[in-house]
Design a protein around this ligand. Structure first.
Ligand code: NAD
Ligand code: UFG
Length: 326
């Protein structure tokens, strides 16, 4: 198939492009490089452009006949979305709206959308399945919820077929891909933990954002899922769209939560070094716990994550962070 990967120069998108190319698909990446890296686009063609720019989208979608679009573009930092909500609604909601309009005009009728666990807000159950109420508690999560709603309406109205994949916390790196997680500034836990290990003595210790949450050790609990396992779920979603038209939603995680302190301890074992850290105030917008129930993805997509162990995930991240290419 010929696939347009919007946001394919970013962390998860670049792993997706690699996975698509390795499975025989032809890929064009469309990315404004706001948080992505041209060096990460190593298995497809890169078109630099913004999903808010309708003429640029029309040009790329009409130059070739695409079988599907995968849409990874977003501003995606929970804390930042609390202080800059309108930036998030513009980029994520308007960007998705513009992409949907351009797809309709170009007659591209299959979409796989990067949604998020952040659509659920504070969990009402230990593990979150697809029937959990949608009640986002930060503008980032609200923007993803709005996108899902627009996509659902487009599916009903004009024959778009779509899968929304709600990732929990993406982590790790391709073991042999020379691609990995690199954001400027970096706000995600695992890269910050590994940087604290690598730069100890010369940089500030890792900040633990809050140790007074209602969790087993007071720090936030998240479900870390390997980026290559997320890519595999997208491939399965593409296949599903060929067999089962309509709108589908899947929660993607390992079903096991790790606290910030547990991630620090596991990283210490993987790196064989201490992780310098200190407790800081809570970060605005963070729910205490987010853990997925991914039974639906296992049953319908046949998705079986290969990385179920936090140390195995951390090892792939550690390999990248010791020698990052970009
Ligand atoms: P990322 O920032 O590394 O990648 C996003 C990519 O989209 C970047 O290359 C960026 O340049 C591009 N982009 C952003 N806005 C754009 C625009 N207007 N036009 C064109 N390109 C644009 O982020 P990521 O961690 O790879 O996340 C990818 C997607 O997955 C996002 O939609 C994010 O919300 C979602 N998600 C991520 C996680 C996670 O743990 N990383 C969890 C849940 C959902
Ligand atoms: N944290 C720290 N110190 C840091 C960085 C993070 O204590 O230096 C804590 C956070 O407060 C949070 C946890 O580690 O409790 C995980 O934080 P991340 O920033 O790594 O990830 P988030 O859970 O905030 O968000 C990520 C993605 C979102 C996605 C969400 C779904 O960035 O796009 O997972 O769970 F929606």
């Amino acid at each position: 198939m010929r696939i347009l990967v919007a946001g394919g120069a970013g962390y998860i998108g670049a792993h997706m492009v690699k996975c698509l190319a390795e499975n025989g698909h032809t890929v064009t990446v469309f990315d404004n490089l706001s948080s992505g890296h041209p060096e990460a686009v190593r298995w497809g063609r890169l078109v630099v452009g913004d999903v808010l720019d309708r003429p640029a989208l029309d040009a790329v979608l009409q130059a070739d006949r695409y079988d599907a679009v995968m849409h990874f573009c977003a501003r995606s930092l929970v804390g930042e979305s609390m202080s800059q909500p309108l930036v998030y609604y513009r980029n994520n909601v308007l960007g998705t709206l513009t992409l949907l309009e351009a797809m309709q005009t170009a007659g591209v009728d299959r979409l796989v959308f990067s949604s998020s666990a952040a659509v659920f807000g504070q969990p009402l159950s230990e593990r979150i399945d697809e029937d959990h109420p949608l009640a986002p508690i930060n503008p980032y999560g609200a923007s993803k919820w709005m996108c899902e709603r627009m996509i659902e309406d487009a599916v009903k109205a004009f024959g778009l077929h779509a899968v929304a994949l709600r990732y929990f916390n993406a982590a790790g790196a391709a073991p042999q891909g020379r691609i990995g997680e690199s954001h400027q500034p970096e706000t995600h836990l695992i890269p910050n933990v590994l940087r604290a290990v690598l730069e100890q003595g010369s940089a500030a210790p890792l900040q633990i954002f809050g140790d007074d949450y209602p969790t087993r050790d007071g720090t936030c609990v998240r479900d870390y899922v390997h980026v290559d396992d997320l890519a595999a779920a997208h491939l399965a979603a593409l296949q599903l769209l060929q067999q089962e038209p309509g709108m589908h939603r899947f929660n993607l995680g390992n079903g096991a939560g790790f606290s910030v302190r547990e991630v620090i301890a596991a990283a210490g074992r993987v790196c064989g070094r201490r992780v310098p850290h200190q407790v800081a105030p809570r970060r605005d917008g963070d729910p205490a716990t987010l853990v997925a129930a991914s039974d639906h993805a296992r049953e319908v997509l046949g998705w079986k994550p290969r990385y179920t162990d936090i140390e195995a995930i951390l090892e792939t991240a550690w390999r990248w962070h010791r020698a990052p290419v970009y």
